[in-house]
Ligand binder design. Structure first.
Ligand SMILES: Cc1ncc(COP(=O)(O)O)c(C=O)c1O
Length: 400
């Protein structure tokens, strides 16, 4: 299963996009059918006793959530804002509420919702939650988020654990957390939560990590006489933007998982909560070329929009891959390397630096695939008061 970014439907849609009045085009295209198929195949590959949640921080557009809702077991949210949004958008879906720095008001909202479990990040948060749940007399399912060092696991570019970070609790604090839970009849320990890293490209390494989590939880069950139903192994499955074929191999991972879980019927249910890997491939950012110029020996294409719409390239520190849909104009440049920039008055507004193009002219459309996750929603959208991009959603077919 590779990430599909070569959709003919998307190319045709982009080619057919009319101008915004008289203005050059700038748009996000979301291929919801591609998303539906991808999520369905992720789901189908998972062995029994595994659950798939979606981390909405990657992209919480209503149409994206609607497409995913029938295919996932629920949604992971990481702020009060996401919690309210998801409750509004997907009122009947199970929610997981994680992240550090939760306000009392947010904890109270999570407690009040019909189906929301909490990932507790610290002892202090656990005590506050116990008071809030007792105050309203409501039983709440919780997971302790643990920050473990797992020997033999290589770091990725984005580590949330295995080292000092604001996330989760270290193992030494577990006895205190369990003591607090024993005195808190309103809190039910449903399981443990781990999310040590994002950008994992190595399925074998991720399997080792999951095996380690299973072993750790089995040890805690013995040592502390605790029963848990679920082990949430987080998200973090990586996308290789430069070479999508080398992205995380979900099928290989699921095959390995099947072998790993064979004969481990006493283990808790395994849960995953990926974000990027689910939605990255369904999104495309399209910019129309406004101007092409040479400056101190290098070619620049200035296109409509920029990193205030699509911050993924600077956030990742990479040259985002793109393709060109040519218009009717005679090329200004041919067989050149060009830097694609947006309209912002900062030299940081670069989407791809010195990339080869066969031909390029003003009016051509530059299309950035893999723009469906951590893209529009992580961008500094108000900067310079440029208008937002057009949002185009290509409908999903109904699941059979
Ligand atoms: C707790 C938690 N779960 C899931 C995710 C989703 O990660 P990814 O988008 O890399 O799958 C994140 C990302 O920051 C996270 O912090």
């Amino acid at each position: 299963m590779s990430l599909d970014i070569e959709s003919r439907r998307v190319r045709e849609t982009i080619a057919g996009l009319g101008h915004d009045g008289d203005e050059p085009i700038c748009a996000y295209i979301y291929d919801l059918e591609n998303l539906r198929r991808h999520a369905q195949s992720m789901r189908d590959a998972l062995p029994p006793r595994c659950q798939l949640y979606y981390a909405v921080k990657a992209n919480a557009e209503p149409a994206v959530l609607d497409t995913l809702a029938p295919l996932v077991d629920g949604f992971e949210v990481a702020s009060g804002g996401e919690l309210r949004w998801l409750h509004q958008q997907q009122a009947t879906s199970p929610l997981l509420f994680g992240g550090p720095g939760k306000l009392d008001s947010e904890l109270a909202l999570a407690v009040a919702l019909p189906d929301c479990s909490l990932h507790v990040e610290s002892l202090g948060e656990l005590e506050r939650l116990a008071r809030i749940a007792a105050g309203v007399g409501k039983r709440v399912s919780i997971y302790l988020r643990m920050n473990m060092v797992v020997p033999g696991i290589a770091d990725t570019r984005l580590m949330m654990g295995g080292k000092p970070t604001p996330f989760g609790m270290e193992e030494d604090t577990l006895p205190q957390a369990l003591a607090c839970l024993r005195q808190s009849p309103w809190l039910h320990l449903e399981g443990f939560h781990f999310h040590l890293m994002s950008h994992q490209l190595d399925a074998g390494m991720q399997l080792q990590l999951v095996r380690a989590y299973l072993d750790i939880v089995a040890r805690w069950r013995r040592e502390h006489a605790v029963e848990v139903q679920v082990l949430n192994a987080g998200g973090g499955f990586g996308v290789d933007y430069a070479d999508p074929v080398r992205s995380f191999n979900w099928l290989r991972f699921c095959d390995g998982l099947r072998q790993l879980l064979a004969g481990r019927d006493n283990d808790p249910i395994l849960r995953f909560e990926p974000g990027r890997y689910v939605t990255a491939a369904c999104g495309y950012y399209v910019m129309e070329v406004l101007d092409i110029k040479r400056n101190h020996g290098e070619w620049f294409a200035i296109a409509r929009g920029g990193t205030h719409h699509f911050r993924t390239p600077p956030a990742q520190g990479h040259d985002h891959p793109f393709f060109v849909l040519r218009g009717a104009a005679t090329p200004t440049i041919e067989h050149q390397h060009v830097t694609v920039v947006g309209q912002l008055c900062t030299p940081k507004d670069v989407l791809a630096r010195l990339q080869p193009v066969q031909a390029l002219a003003p009016g051509d459309r530059v299309v950035f695939p893999l723009a469906g996750a951590y893209a529009w929603n992580i961008s500094h959208q108000q900067f310079l008061m440029h208008p937002p991009p057009r949002m185009v959603f290509l409908a999903a077919e109904k699941a059979a």
